[in-house]
Design a protein around this ligand. Structure first.
Ligand code: NOJ
Length: 560
């Protein structure tokens, strides 16, 4: 297995809108991030992934870009970005930008031109089609944010494709000029000195040109995924991108590839494929919905173990895993996979961190996860800001598919806004996030859960993450060791062994709020094994063979 800096790195995702506001307008900004670099340095992370910072009308909080070479006004200026990049580099921290090129904003100059006339030179930058008939879109595809994926543009009487909101028209990657513009823009940022890209829905850039109808479920719209996810030319385009841009720099690249299988991931991230370094798969955070993505049930541990272990075991030595529990599109990890009650929040947040950070792959921490930040206790629809949540409420309750109460329960569990409430820095006004009124409410638990408090407590979730990161730096087995799931059918314990040469690691995690029994595997029973980290005040009792609720521990042994 080839050593690479991005395999050994720990990434920290920042959602700039909610991280730190420096000018009192209630919206986080780049100078705010710069002010917090010390905190990130103390945590020990190597790389920041910044969710989009570009000029945007914010229909989807920056994932709708109107100018790729300008910083969003609310976030600051290009000078602020340059200062941030410089300061991060001086602190030994690299920066990944979010690359959103499946679509632009409808306010991007390319789209403003494109919609003007059928003959406009930019017409072919987007995907335009005639309707099937009067008032009937070209096909039955539904958009990810509800409704049809097509919008009729009155000006020219044709429909354009938008797999997300109507204000996010899809770019036409078949058009060589589009690819050239995108590659030139990427190169421009690389020359500025950024360290890589997280590529937004990059698996969707190639569409089957026949645009066939999709299968209809729940009486809603047709599923576009067989025709627009891992589409016919996606790998051709990524190879071209790699050859023209990525290969000229020492970058880290991670593709957001919803619907990806292990086999497909090898194509995106195989070392010999010359496309990307790694991808985000979604199997462990998706596919458990009762109605589309929506559910209010706790995840099933056996399913979780099966999925994560398959990725660990089958991706092979040639490709590389990304590891995450949450991000800006997912609810808070501790509320979802752990237990956010005051009794178990800290211990279960540490258990989850142990389980993830001891796996093979590059771990991603989403802002606030290192504090054990929780979901928000939403009670009113007015507390939501997210386009996906608001549209889903309207569409699903509107069609009578779900009641108001049930939908609120779904949103409390799965709304993306759970992740987007402001970072909880201290117990002052607005949790130290802003001197103004935050754009989205602060979680009322901020006086209990905040960075200031955790920094001062050496047993906090924050310091536990620090230790995990330090262990990764000190033990190559954590980065490169092979993975083997044990106790496969245990419904409470997630346990696995890592191996590298003569070294062995045993990772034990109780995912339940009850005591769980186990027998320690050979080689870890006696004094030969050292407990590297544990989340209670002492390691588990090996002789008793029992884990306390949400207990986690990691043992290290060398075979002599
Ligand atoms: C995936 C991003 O993570 C999400 O936040 C966004 O809404 C969609 N892509 C559309 O860009």
């Amino acid at each position: 297995m080839e050593r690479k800096w991005w395999k050994e790195a720990v990434v920290y995702q920042i959602y700039p809108r909610s991280f730190q506001d420096s000018n009192g307008d209630g919206i986080g900004d780049l100078n705010g991030i710069r002010e917090r670099l010390d905190y990130l340095k103390q945590l020990g992370i190597d790389v920041i992934w910044l969710s989009p910072i570009y000029q945007s009308p914010n229909d989807d909080n920056g994932y709708d870009i109107s100018d790729y070479k300008k910083v969003m006004d609310e976030f600051g200026t290009m000078k602020d970005f340059d200062d941030l990049l410089k300061a991060a580099h001086e602190n030994g921290i690299k920066i990944l930008l979010d690359l959103v090129v499946n679509h632009t904003s409808d306010e991007h100059p390319w789209f403003l031109e494109s919609r003007k006339s059928r003959e406009n030179p930019y017409r072919d930058y987007y995907i335009w089609k005639e309707g099937k008939g009067e008032g009937e879109p070209p096909n039955n595809w539904g958009s990810c944010f509800g409704g049809s994926a097509w919008k009729l543009d009155e000006q020219t009487g044709m429909y354009y494709l938008h797999l997300f909101s109507p204000r996010q028209p899809d770019l036409n990657w078949e058009n060589e000029k589009v690819r050239k513009e995108v590659f030139e823009m990427m190169d421009w940022w690389c020359r500025k000195g950024i360290d890589g890209f997280r590529m937004d829905v990059i698996s969707m850039i190639s569409k089957d040109p026949a645009l066939p109808d999709g299968e209809v479920k729940d009486d809603l719209y047709g599923d576009f995924s067989p025709y627009a996810v891992h589409g016919p030319k996606v790998h051709t385009y990524l190879k071209e991108m790699n050859q023209k841009v990525l290969s000229n720099y020492d970058l880290m690249t991670v593709g957001e590839t919803a619907g990806v299988t292990v086999e497909e991931a090898r194509k995106y991230a195989g070392a010999r494929e010359h496309e990307l370094n790694m991808v985000f798969h979604f199997e462990h955070v998706e596919g458990d919905g009762e109605l589309l993505k929506w559910t209010d049930k706790k995840p099933d541990l056996l399913r979780l173990k099966r999925i994560l272990s398959r990725w660990q075991e089958e991706l092979g030595d040639d490709a590389w895993n990304s590891l995450y529990w949450d991000n800006h599109d997912q609810p808070r990890a501790v509320s979802r996979f752990g237990d956010d009650s005051s009794r178990y929040r800290e211990v279960s947040a540490k258990m989850l961190a142990t389980c993830l950070h001891m796996m093979r792959g590059t771990p991603y921490i989403y802002q606030g996860e290192e504090l054990g930040m929780t979901n928000f206790p939403f009670t009113e629809l007015t507390q939501f800001r997210d386009i996906e949540s608001l549209n889903a409420y309207k569409e699903l309750t509107g069609k009578g598919l779900v009641s108001h109460e049930k939908m609120m329960s779904y949103l409390r569990c799965k709304s993306r806004d759970n992740a987007r409430t402001p970072m909880q820095w201290d117990n002052g006004p607005a949790a130290g996030f802003s001197k103004g009124v935050p754009w989205i409410p602060v979680n009322p638990n901020y006086s209990e859960i905040n960075a200031k408090k955790e920094l001062a407590d050496e047993n906090s979730v924050f310091h536990y993450y620090r230790k995990l990161i330090r262990l990764r730096k000190n033990y190559k087995i954590i980065v490169y060791g092979s993975y083997q799931l044990i106790m496969k059918d245990d419904i409470r314990i997630f346990a696995y062994i890592r191996n590298l040469g003569t070294e062995k690691l045993l990772v034990l995690c109780n995912f339940s709020n009850e005591e769980a029994e186990l027998s320690f595997p050979e080689g870890f029973k006696g004094e030969e094994a050292e407990c590297l980290i544990y989340n209670y005040d002492c390691p588990p009792d090996i002789r008793q063979g029992r884990l306390r609720p949400y207990e986690a521990a990691v043992y290290y042994a060398e075979i002599k």
